[in-house]
Design a protein around this ligand. Structure first.
Ligand code: DC
Length: 262
């Protein structure tokens, strides 16, 4: 009887593997046929970047994290004395904006995207809670956004990209063929951020993180320039109760459907 169950399970796993392989072959074939822009927007810490990165890897697209660009600008301000308490020296930042060069390079081992600020790898630093605290007010400055949006459009010139952020589907690429707006409850997002920081060796405070998530939601949704909002033609994805696998299945299915209709 036990042997029977084992054989059935092996058979099911064999069929599943064939199905996944066929799905991947199908994706590869479509990738050579037509390249599109995939815009993934949504609230902070709802797993957009992890999801966008994994999607890009699966379909052979380039991945760009637009939030990392705003974080790099905030870090530049912190490193150069342009932030004092809650106030940003906007005149100085405006004058020095053209001196801020942000680039992405792929890690040769993990193939993950690494953010460079003026030639220095800042991938780790830009994820700190301190940068998270200052990034929303920096990202709310219209002249900072104009410059970042210009650079983001440049990155998407050849299509075949997945870019995540807050205004990718509404402002940066309003013509993107696939738009997804991701959301999850503030508590779920704070817990995920807490786990992420703990995993990298920090000793975070959950309450502080939750407050930071709520504050960033408020600033992102109420700022004057490009507030965070779902584009009318974006698909809504609430991932509060979804596993990564369920989410990826949905994304790939959606991508396949859109590409086949293009
Ligand atoms: O996705 P993130 O948490 O790394 O983003 C950091 C900050 O940058 C966040 O406050 C929202 C802002 N941001 C933005 O205003 N527009 C984007 N396209 C991406 C991020």
């Amino acid at each position: 009887m036990e042997g029977h169950i084992k054989i059935t399970l092996l058979f099911c796993s064999f069929i599943c593997n064939i199905f996944v392989t066929l799905q991947r072959i199908n994706i590869k074939r479509q990738t050579t046929m037509k390249k599109i822009i995939i815009a993934i927007d949504g609230f902070s810490s709802c797993g957009k970047s992890t999801m966008a990165k994994a999607l890009a890897r699966n379909i052979g697209y380039l991945y760009f994290d637009s939030g990392a660009m705003y974080r790099a600008v905030a870090l530049y301000c912190m490193q150069n004395g342009l932030i004092d308490g809650d106030s940003i020296d906007t005149d100085a930042l405006r004058a020095r904006l053209k001196d801020i060069h942000i680039a992405f390079k792929a890690d040769p081992e993990t193939r993950n995207s690494i953010t460079y600020l003026n030639g220095t790898n800042v991938e780790h630093e830009i994820r700190s809670l301190e940068v998270s605290r200052y990034v929303s007010p920096v990202a709310a400055l219209d002249f900072v956004r104009e410059e970042m949006v210009e650079q983001q459009r440049e990155l998407g010139k050849e299509k075949g990209i997945v870019m995540d952020g807050r205004d990718i589907g509404t402002t940066v690429f309003p013509e993107a063929e696939m738009k997804v707006f991701v959301t999850a409850s503030a508590e779920v997002r704070a817990q995920r951020r807490y786990d992420e920081l703990t995993a990298r060796g920090d000793a975070p405070d959950y309450k502080e993180i939750l407050e930071n998530v709520q504050l960033r939601d408020h600033i992102d949704q109420t700022r004057e320039t490009s507030p965070l909002k779902k584009a009318d033609d974006a698909l809504l994805l609430d991932n509060s109760n979804l596993t990564r696998e369920q989410q990826m299945d949905w994304l790939i299915e959606t991508y396949n459907k859109i590409v086949s209709e293009c």
